[in-house]
Design a protein around this ligand. Structure first.
Ligand code: SF4
Length: 342
């Protein structure tokens, strides 16, 4: 889907505001080191979701970063001043077992806060207790429908709904800020209201309803994507839920991939993703690669290629391309398969 007129207006407004702050020296012109990084800790996954934008589980071989590499990289970051926020994702990050906590400890002891994105399959009482010591922006559990039938069908494994629900209970009972992420498809659009109710009853602090990204396995399952009319219905439903759950549950609408990218491009870059093969990538949307931490010095590459990434011609061309996709067709950009090396 292309960016809407309302989204264009919002971006224009924010851009003017950021430029004003930069002129007044209240916002940095550039970041000489990232403030946030996402670690895609593994390409392996214990689910096989039809809409996985990363095709996790299909391409396990790309995981060349071992837990020791992540530990070494975390120490490297801390030695150079550290990062404020680390998003831990995969594949499924809890597949790393206790090594996950070793990595988190290094960053946590330096003051980093976390977002953990999990499918909930491996969450136990013990793991929930272990997670209590860290600072979390959120612990995000994916649930795609208010019934086992809906969720298990989309996620490819029977019993995954029960595990995810149990995980939310364990994590919220441990006092962690749980967000439920619901990818809205043609199959589960009708269960949006029940999802909000279930999230509230399970003790989650928020729920994000998002559309599927046309990438990875999702790009092969066109039947899941909402039509324009269904998208409008989704927004209508969510807006009425926001009113209904005011002060009880935070209900958010996930940004579309193209909107997110345009929004990011108006501020100096401060983030990157490290992929399971060590590639340094701009974010989970744009397949822009700066190099690989298994071969290159991250700090050097950041300064050479990523801190001013939005002025790079290849990146400008990529943005132009995705902003001018045929309005009537589904986005054909596959964010996994189309790497652009800077
Ligand atoms: S969407 Fe998440 S849980 Fe599903 S296969 Fe991909 S990484 Fe695994």
């Amino acid at each position: 889907m292309n960016i809407t007129e309302d989204e264009k207006k919002a971006i224009k407004f924010e851009k003017a505001f950021i430029n004003k702050l930069i002129k007044e020296n209240q916002f940095p012109v550039e970041f000489t080191f990232p403030i946030g990084l996402q670690f895609e800790l593994t390409a392996s996954c214990n689910l096989k979701c039809k809409h996985c934008y990363n095709r996790s589980g299909d391409n396990d071989k790309i995981t060349s970063m071992t837990p020791q590499h992540w530990i070494d990289f975390s120490r490297y970051l801390v030695d150079r001043g550290g990062i404020f926020q680390c998003i831990l994702s995969g594949g499924e990050p809890l597949l790393l077992g206790n090594k996950l906590f070793e990595i988190m400890d290094i960053l946590h002891n330096d003051g980093t806060g976390f977002i953990l994105i999990t499918n909930g399959m491996l969450v136990t009482q013990n793991i929930a207790q272990n997670l209590m010591k860290y600072r979390f922006y959120r612990v995000q559990v994916s649930i795609d429908g208010a019934t086992a039938e809906l969720h298990d069908n989309l996620r490819g494994v029977k019993g995954s709904f029960d595990r995810a629900v149990e995980a939310v209970l364990l994590l919220s009972n441990a006092g962690l800020p749980v967000t439920i992420a619901n990818c809205v498809t043609r199959e589960n659009l009708d269960s949006i209201e029940k999802m909000a109710e279930m999230s509230y009853l399970l003790g989650a602090s928020s729920i994000i309803f998002g559309k599927i990204m046309p990438s990875g396995r999702a790009a092969l399952n066109n039947n899941l994507f909402l039509t324009e009319q269904e998208s409008e219905l989704m927004l209508k439903k969510i807006n009425s839920l926001i009113k209904k759950y005011f002060n009880k549950l935070i209900i958010q609408i996930g940004a579309t991939d193209i909107y997110q990218l345009n929004k990011s491009s108006i501020t100096p870059n401060s983030v990157a993703i490290i992929r399971p093969n060590g590639d340094i990538r701009l974010d989970c949307v744009a397949p822009i690669i700066a190099g690989n931490i298994l071969k290159d010095d991250f700090y050097k590459l950041w300064n050479q290629k990523f801190k001013n990434v939005w002025t790079n011609k290849k990146v400008i061309d990529y943005l132009f391309e995705i902003n001018n996709l045929n309005k009537n067709k589904l986005s054909v950009i596959n964010h996994v398969d189309k790497d652009i090396e800077l």
